[in-house]
Design a protein around this ligand. Structure first.
Ligand SMILES: Nc1ncnc2c1ncn2[C@@H]1O[C@H](COP(=O)(O)OP(=O)(O)OP(=O)(O)O)[C@@H](O)[C@H]1O
Length: 454
């Protein structure tokens, strides 16, 4: 039962308060444990009422101050906001003869709204070499942008952010000396810590516009081959970008969950996630990776190989963006005899030194990227060889799932099927699978506990 009474806010209590205008929420948990939640831990929306918590009252720091001589608040609910413990709430003296009349407002829709927001602010991020995709709890995918930052050199030391994401990607290879367009990750690893932090901060701010009060918990998918130093860099970048708590999970696990594979069952699933910087091949069972390989060969290496091929064969220079367009538009992993394709590209002729146009065939693009495709095939064979026989039987039944942007390369599924003789399917939205899977893991405390990387 809730009691109310006059409460004296005395000095020892006030010294716990910070001067900034925070909001405190008095809550009552059904297990009869009461808490005061600070604004950076809770936010409220109408639709997400967790059953074990009922908002009782929201009061601002200003309100606390104005009520400092005598305040009526249900005593059961008074907790030291910093310790979150009723016992330690020494500065608050309950009235001897409490008045039973409750003084709290009945929870309005606004309050519940506000309260439930708390749980919708947590984020899952696929911090990719090529693209960053953000999933927000209760909302789904809220951002999908290239992992690029454009910086303007302002004076000697100072650099200011000019553009992030798609706008910055448009500048790649086209900037004057005082501007640099930077990709802060390479091969799935943060190579420019400061810029990666700026990028994350920008994306987090963008998706949490209007929800600025509380810090989110963030789940980040990372390649399975990262060293502990590389993992720490990701964690610290997210913390500096404003995360309250950071959980790292392995990309292939997130990909498997995103592709709707039942990862916690004693059945085997095989995923191949091919992104911009890394290829992850993994056999997953009982929420763990039974056998797997992480290669630092993927879409970016293919783009570089196309540039190199065209330069060598035609003495013709193209940029990364043109190479990527070639790969996406006419690239393929094995020939489509009926439909050989061609594409015109613009670049610079090395002999004449002038800009020129060249026509490239799909056959040539396949030849250019054949080393990367072979390396991926080799990794798949290696993982299959290491898979225990019982689990291999599961893979025969269930097949292989392809995720990541390069899964969209024409005929890649056909090629993997040819080399493995196993059924292969490409996930429905391979560019989003890891982020969707990370989001599902964020939504499930139990799975998060099982798969979070230490
Ligand atoms: N239709 C397509 N065909 C071939 N490749 C594609 C296609 N669409 C996108 N890609 C490639 O997919 C890669 C980006 O994939 P994705 O966004 O999954 O990678 P990422 O998560 O940023 O990278 P990583 O996980 O390796 O850090 C790029 O190399 C891009 O060129």
């Amino acid at each position: 039962m809730l009691l109310s009474g006059k409460i004296l806010f005395t000095l020892p209590f006030l010294k716990y308060q910070r001067k900034d205008p925070e909001v405190y929420m008095l809550t009552k948990k059904q297990e009869a444990r009461n808490e005061v939640c600070k604004n950076d831990e809770l936010s409220v929306t109408d639709d997400l009422a967790p059953p074990h918590i009922q908002p009782i009252e929201i009061i601002s720091y200003k309100d606390y101050k104005t009520r400092k001589v005598s305040t009526e608040v249900p005593q059961d609910n008074l907790i030291n906001p910093l310790t979150h413990s009723a016992k330690e709430n020494k500065g608050i003296r309950p009235q001897k003869d409490p008045v039973t009349k409750p003084v709290t407002k009945p929870p309005s829709h606004g309050i519940i709204n506000c309260f439930l927001n708390i749980f919708s602010k947590d984020l899952a991020i696929d911090l990719g070499t090529a693209n960053t995709v953000v999933y927000m709890k209760q909302k789904g995918i809220v951002l999908n942008e290239p992992s690029v930052v454009a910086l303007h050199k302002n004076g000697r030391e100072k650099q200011e952010v000019l553009a992030v994401g798609m706008d910055a990607k448009k500048m790649l290879g086209k900037v004057p000396p005082n501007i640099s367009a930077i990709r802060p990750l390479r091969d799935g690893v943060i190579t420019n810590f400061e810029v990666a932090g700026l990028m994350l901060k920008h994306f987090i701010k963008k998706v949490r516009e209007g929800l600025a009060l509380s810090k989110p918990r963030i789940v980040i998918a990372i390649p399975s081959g990262l060293t502990s130093v590389e993992k720490r860099a990701v964690k610290e970048a997210a913390e500096q970008a404003g995360a309250r708590e950071v959980f790292l999970i392995q990309e292939p696990m997130a990909a498997a969950v995103g592709a709707k594979l039942l990862v916690t069952e004693p059945r085997c699933n095989m995923v191949i996630d091919i992104g911009g910087g890394t290829t992850e091949v993994a056999v997953i069972s009982l929420a763990g990776i039974v056998s797997g390989r992480s290669l630092r060969i993927a879409g970016d290496e293919m783009d570089s190989a196309i540039i190199h091929y065209i330069k060598k064969k035609y003495n013709f220079i193209i940029g990364m963006a043109t190479a990527e367009r070639l790969k996406i538009t006419i690239g393929n992993a094995c020939p489509d005899i009926d439909k050989p394709e061609t594409m015109e590209i613009k670049g610079r002729d090395l002999v004449s030194g002038k800009p020129n146009i060249l026509t490239i065939t799909s056959e040539e693009v396949r030849e250019a990227i054949s080393d990367q495709i072979n390396a991926i095939a080799e990794a798949v064979r290696g993982v299959l060889e290491k898979t225990p026989p019982e689990l291999a039987a599961d893979i025969i039944d269930r097949g292989i799932v392809l995720t990541g942007g390069v899964a969209l390369l024409k005929n890649l599924d056909k090629y993997i099927n040819e080399i493995t003789r196993l059924p292969v399917r490409t996930d429905a939205s391979p560019l989003l699978t890891v982020a969707i899977g990370s989001g599902k893991i964020l939504d499930s405390k139990n799975i998060l506990k099982l798969v979070a990387v230490k």
